[in-house]
Design a protein around this ligand. Structure first.
Ligand code: CA
Length: 243
């Protein structure tokens, strides 16, 4: 699959050299340019590509964490490659951000079909991707991982940003606490629940007057206020008659 004369680039993340060689060969024969990474560090250091084929069994880091980080940086499509049943359950059960997955051993034809489908979908959706959101003075650029309020950059910790990014991607829909915990901490442990509340509190504080846009959905989780919401600006006491 090509766009004009430009060959699409696929990053093959695979620590098994034999498997990587075979994959790279098959992809090249089918018109793709291939780059390779043998571990998570190399994968995250690689230049932007059109699609990432990500083996989840990596030597240096959990492949699902790599997947999340790749997606947090932008909208690169990711196909997870998994060998073990346990991993497969996690890919199915958790919201990893992977666009699709294949289970080893897989037929090359199946993989190629999935790659084509994911690339096609990704190109169609590209213009609708909410990579840059501006609501009422709050600016979040998902591609650059930057946040600003009224034009002033807001320095967030990585986890604070990740929590905000989950809410931004949800586009105003309520996001369950468990889902945030899984996406940001890869955990649903009760002990992390308190950590989430603390991060939301500091996030709200750092977002200043726009902090109240991070809404609590009682008994469920959080959501980001959108332009459809009434702007929660601090109102003088005399206008509080609608309570
Ligand atoms: Ca592996």
């Amino acid at each position: 699959m090509t766009t004009g004369r430009h060959k699409l680039q696929i990053l093959v993340v695979e620590d098994d050299n034999r498997v990587a060689e075979a994959l790279a060969g098959a992809l090249r024969r089918n018109g793709y340019q291939v780059r390779r990474a043998a571990n998570a560090a190399e994968a995250l250091a690689a230049a932007p590509v059109d699609l990432v084929l990500l083996d989840l069994g990596l030597p240096d880091r959990d492949g699902l964490a790599v997947c999340r980080e790749l997606r947090a940086r932008g909208s690169v499509p990711v196909i997870a490659v998994t060998a073990r049943g346990g991993e497969l359950d996690r890919v199915r059960g958790l919201r990893t951000g992977a666009d699709d997955y294949v289970v080893k051993p897989f037929a090359t034809a199946e993989l190629l079909a999935r790659i084509e489908a994911v690339l096609r979908r990704s190109m169609n959706q590209h213009t609708h991707d909410h990579r840059h959101l501006t609501i009422d003075g709050l600016e979040v650029d998902l591609a650059r991982r930057t946040v600003a309020v009224d034009g002033q950059p807001v320095p967030l910790t990585r986890k604070e940003y990740d929590v905000l990014a989950v809410l931004v991607r949800a586009g105003g829909a309520a996001v369950a606490r468990d889902r945030i915990l899984v996406e940001v901490w890869q955990s649903t442990y009760d002990s992390m629940s308190r950590t989430l509340d603390v991060h939301v509190a500091t996030l709200r504080g750092k977002l200043g007057r726009t902090g109240s846009m991070v809404r609590t959905v009682r008994g469920f989780g959080y959501r980001l206020a959108t332009t459809a919401d009434t702007a929660p600006h601090p109102a003088p006491p005399s206008t509080a008659a609608d309570r």
